[in-house]
Design a protein around this ligand. Sequence first.
Ligand SMILES: [Zn+2]
Length: 307
Amino acid sequence: MLYNYELIKVEPKLNKKKVFFTILIVLIILALSIYGALEFAKQQHQKQLAIEQEKQAQIEEQQRQEEERLKEEAKQAEKEARIAMHTNPFTEEQMQAIENIYQAQETKRVFLTFDDGPTQAVTPYILDLLKQEKIKATFFVLGNRAKANPELIQREFEEGHYIANHGYSHKYSQIYQNNQTVLDEYNYTEQCIQEALQNPNYHSKVFRFPGGSQGGYYHSIKKVAKDFLRQNGIVSLDWNSLSKDAEGVNTKEALLQNVIDTIGQKQSVVILMHDAADKILTYETLPDVIQYLRNNGYEFKNLYDIL
Ligand SMILES: [Zn+2]
């Protein structure tokens, strides 16, 4: 019997398929590996980036804290210097610096001064605005108002404004009886400021005569009292510009115009304004006054800057 053995041929088709699938699997594995590797690298990179960002944020935070600390230290030092200035009597030079305040300087300068406060109705708004504008002013406070609003006196001092003395009663007939009554009003007001600041060593050493140090019915008494105060180490300061906010002017435009007119061509200006309870219009005009002064090249100063 003849057996016809046929050779079992390996189907080439099957081989091709195998090869194809093998290659496909290899390719898939390869692709997955590459993808995985790339993903891993990406994740590592992101992790690294996040670490670096965190480090950077930490550095920035440390810098911010350091700046904050230095700022606070400078503020504290500045405050201590002011406290020391108020503890000691004025030197002759310091008194003259105030007395010569209107003398022209190399640069134009302006002193904003507010009388008759502090009051809840107006002073906080003025303080907010001055803070926003980074301007330090001088407040000639009344003893009776200081007594009623100690927290506003504290705020004025904390925010770098100069607290000066405008007497206690603002009643001319009471203050201007003689030398001694002027000094008494000054002293009593100093005491009110001291109590408000809880600092018995605070001496403003600057007085503004209610109604100004010159002219009017009490001119001769004021003239003598001015010298008497100076002998006691107290300098008096008037103004050379005013908005006339205490003279019934009742529009912002007119108040501003009065300031502009009374400044004229002056190089060193002391502006009289008021923060009494009925002077909200003074506050409302203040941004325009500040704008005018900035536009005309004036630098804002307060008394500390010249002492
Ligand atoms: Zn006044």
